[in-house]
Design a protein around this ligand. Sequence first.
Ligand code: ATP
Length: 370
Amino acid sequence: KKKIAVMTSGGDSPGMNGAVRAVVRMAIHKGCDAYCIYEGYEGLVRGGDLIRKMDWHDVRGWLSEGGTLIGTARCMAFYERPGRLKAAKNMILNGIDALIICGGDGSLTGADRFRAEWPSLIDELVTKGELTKEQVTPYRHLNIVGLVGSIDNDLSGTDATIGSYSALARICEMVDYIEATASSHSRAFVVEVMGRHCGWLALMAGVATGADFVFIPERPREKDWRDEMVAVVRRHREMGKRKTIVIVAEGALDKDGVKITPAEIKDLLANKDEGGLALDTRITTLGHVQRGGTAVAYDRMLATLQGVEAVRAVLEATPETETCFIAINENKIVRKPLMQAVAETKEVAKAVESKDFDKAMGLRDTEFSD
Ligand code: ATP
């Protein structure tokens, strides 16, 4: 009987539980044993009761739950070979030869590294006398499939990551709340949202809430952004708008690569000097509420369809199959090469960090225009 394990790793995102539920139930449906690795790679390294066999009923009611019920952690030990050696031993001791990992680009990089090293890891386990040749023989090939769980929607090669639409919905809901008080008092609000290298949440929240101005990392503002923003807000006010909403991604930069802070934006909107807007301005940092709450319908659907496809990919894989992750492209659930997507994602982050913004923009799937 094939034993398929699933784990969640990196930052939690709504929909991860739906993915775990789908993997567990599809694995059982296909006649396999299903396992959950608790606490991300930490569970794989530590083993013991962090690796648990799952029953059909164990995942009942998980579809709508936010966060991840099997836990997630940042695991330093897995960055080092001795940690991965322990992980390999725990996998074999539990009879697991296929692993489905739901996480961000870091988690998927770790997964690919583990798979690439697998033959040498099991050789080392035999050489060191930790396991016998007979014990490792059935496990010569490790089969890994990735699922992308991230609220940032920052992975190249997929239109949506599990959790991103829930986070977007939460941001919109919060901005709606803020708008009521903004309109009542004719106030301005600067709303900071998550996104260090990826402005998808900020940009789409701007579109979905009709914000006055948006700042994202990939599209740094020209040097005169201050004048531009003040002019736009003034125009909107002159048209009769009683509220002002400016959305800033936490990684927003100007053309020189200098961070644009909510405090600076607030000062500009509140400026009482002659020609200033003199708006009563508040800053709202949404923080972790963006991750919280139940998964929206889209994330439940995405997690379920992709979890099912991940089990199919595991069952159809041969030793020659390239490691894949499950994406959604133009509304179709598809398998794609894992490392290419991770490499492209890292390239965008690097381009933003090195201020090569044209490159960063070119690498994004979403079209931006003025
Ligand atoms: P998020 O999008 O929330 O940042 P992530 O999956 O990118 O999620 P990371 O903290 O980068 O989050 O990675 C999660 C875990 O994956 C790490 O704690 C580590 O255990 C493992 N990992 C990440 N990168 C590597 C790597 N290069 N080699 C081995 N393990 C890694």
